[in-house]
Design a protein around this ligand. Structure first.
Ligand code: NAI
Length: 270
């Protein structure tokens, strides 16, 4: 059901790789709610071609940008503003990449060059995006920026590896830049801490199947899906959440504040 919550709003969505991506689901919901969109992803992801299906469905141009490249980001924002004929009202940062994880390196054997790249893509890219918008004065008054994160930033999940540190940095950047952008232009910057979700990035985590089932049983409401995450993002992009900023918002069916559940105890007694 659509509520027209984003009617007249214009946004950039980063990170739609395929139809399972949280960014993909969010783009569809934002479109349903009346937003105009620009889609962006890394040039290597665009070559897969999948994103063109989404672009057609939501009637949006696709503008490539490697989020670690400031020239790419500048071009993306300039072209987006030209396309929209004005400023940008919301941004979804739905980007993550763990090079050590990808290459099978254990946390205790980290390759630091890969780790630099992981932190740049997964965390400092939020700073790069916000700085680009700041320099071009690309965001409208009260605009909303969301980056997706995971609870491994606060609690240990051994197989989340270097991404735990990257997410902690990402959440800190959201707070720090959120302060400055709030003062300057009432821009809101928040992170949404989502349940484990079956996507390309999610499934890259070792033992993902057992883990996602465990989280399901540890959450009073069960795991939140990508579509439900999209719904939540819509509310945060809307005018109904204008005073929410610099927060890490858990979207996890109650997992983050549950110590144990009866289902898990029953399982342990077997
Ligand atoms: P996904 O694999 O569909 O999306 C990750 C995206 O990052 C891809 O579209 C990829 O092309 C993009 N990306 C990687 N390097 C890039 C670069 N240099 N420049 C521009 N884009 C780049 O997976 P998913 O799960 O939708 O991930 C989206 C966000 O949600 C990530 O931040 C992830 O850490 C976060 N998240 C995912 C959870 C899960 O279990 N799937 C749980 C909590 C948070």
């Amino acid at each position: 059901m659509a509520y027209n919550l984003l009617k007249g709003k214009k946004g950039i969505i980063f990170g739609a790789l395929d139809e399972k991506s949280i960014a993909w689901r969010t783009a569809l919901r934002c479109h349903e709610e009346g937003a105009q969109l620009v889609l962006s992803n890394a040039p290597v992801a665009l070559r897969m071609g999948e994103i063109n299906k989404l672009a057609e469905a939501v009637n949006a141009p696709v503008i490539g940008a490697d989020v670690t490249n400031m020239d790419d980001l500048k071009k993306l924002f300039e072209e987006s503003m030209k396309h929209f004929g004005g400023g940008i009202d919301f941004i979804l940062h739905s980007i993550g990449m763990g090079l050590n994880i990808r290459k099978g390196k254990h946390y205790t054997e980290m390759d630091y060059e890969w780790n630099k790249k992981t932190n740049d893509i997964s965390a400092m890219s939020l700073h790069r995006v916000l700085k680009t918008a700041w320099d071009l004065d690309a965001l409208t008054e009260g605009a909303s920026v969301i980056a997706l994160t995971y609870i491994a930033a606060q609690r240990v999940f051994p197989d989340y590896n270097e991404m735990a540190d990257a997410k902690a940095l990402l959440e800190s950047v959201a707070r720090s830049f959120g302060y400055h952008y709030g003062v300057r232009k009432k821009v809101r910057v928040n992170t949404v801490s989502q349940s484990p979700t079956r996507t390309t990035a999610g499934s890259g985590v070792k033992g993902f199947d057992g883990f996602i089932n465990f989280c399901e049983k540890m959450s009073p409401l069960g795991n939140a899906s990508a579509d439900e995450c999209a719904d939540y993002c819509v509310t945060l992009f809307s005018d109904l959440t204008k005073m929410v900023t610099m927060q890490n918002l858990f979207h996890d069916g109650g997992y983050s504040t549950t110590g144990v559940t009866e289902t898990v105890i029953e399982q342990m007694e077997k």
